[in-house]
Design a protein around this ligand. Structure first.
Ligand code: ZN
Length: 176
């Protein structure tokens, strides 16, 4: 399917500030409070996301609003604006036999399950103890404060197609 070209800003125009409906390219490093680096794009491909489409955790999206190309900043995101508070009731112990026999189970792997309302939701393997597997609806980073170091690499208006899809197309984005 052909995509319309991304609208460009006229040369010499003011750098656009990040707002809803922009395709934004950033480099980031995510450090946890224990000093470990949970994720990082520096040195690799940057992250491309559609601002205002909940592609990234809400606390980071909120702090990126209004930023421009070249801006570099630290963003501290509390758990409730990150991957959520840790919910101990969202864990369940299930027998290994509940999984397809071909699946090599390991801690940290995720599965899509269907909730009672029919909605797909991810669960993560939190622990394996003999024949018992603890699965959790908590994201592995739930309950953690997220400390981001961010650099804004590119900001452009998203195409109508990208806005309709809720994600960015092209390099770093979705390919259909
Ligand atoms: Zn798409």
């Amino acid at each position: 399917m052909a995509s319309e070209p991304a609208p460009a800003y006229a040369a010499g125009s003011m750098k656009p500030a990040i707002a809803d409906g922009h395709a934004v390219t950033i480099h980031y490093r995510l450090t946890l409070d224990d000093g470990s680096i949970a994720d990082e794009s520096f040195g690799g491909d940057p992250l491309v996301y559609l601002h205002g489409a909940q592609n990234i955790v809400p606390g980071l999206e909120r702090q990126l609003a209004g930023k421009k190309v070249g801006d570099a900043f630290d963003a501290e995101v509390p758990a409730n604006e990150g991957y959520g508070e840790y919910d101990p009731t969202a864990e369940q112990v299930v027998p290994k036999t509940a999984f397809p026999p071909k699946v090599q189970l390991s801690v940290g792997m995720s599965f899509q399950t269907r909730a009672r309302n029919g909605q797909q939701m991810p669960v993560w393997v939190r622990a394996i103890d003999g024949d018992n597997v603890t699965v959790s609806a908590n994201h592995p980073l739930a309950g953690q404060r997220l400390n981001f170091k961010v650099e804004v690499v590119d900001v452009r208006k998203a195409t109508a197609e990208e806005k309709a899809h809720g994600h960015v197309h092209g390099p770093g984005g979705h390919h259909h």
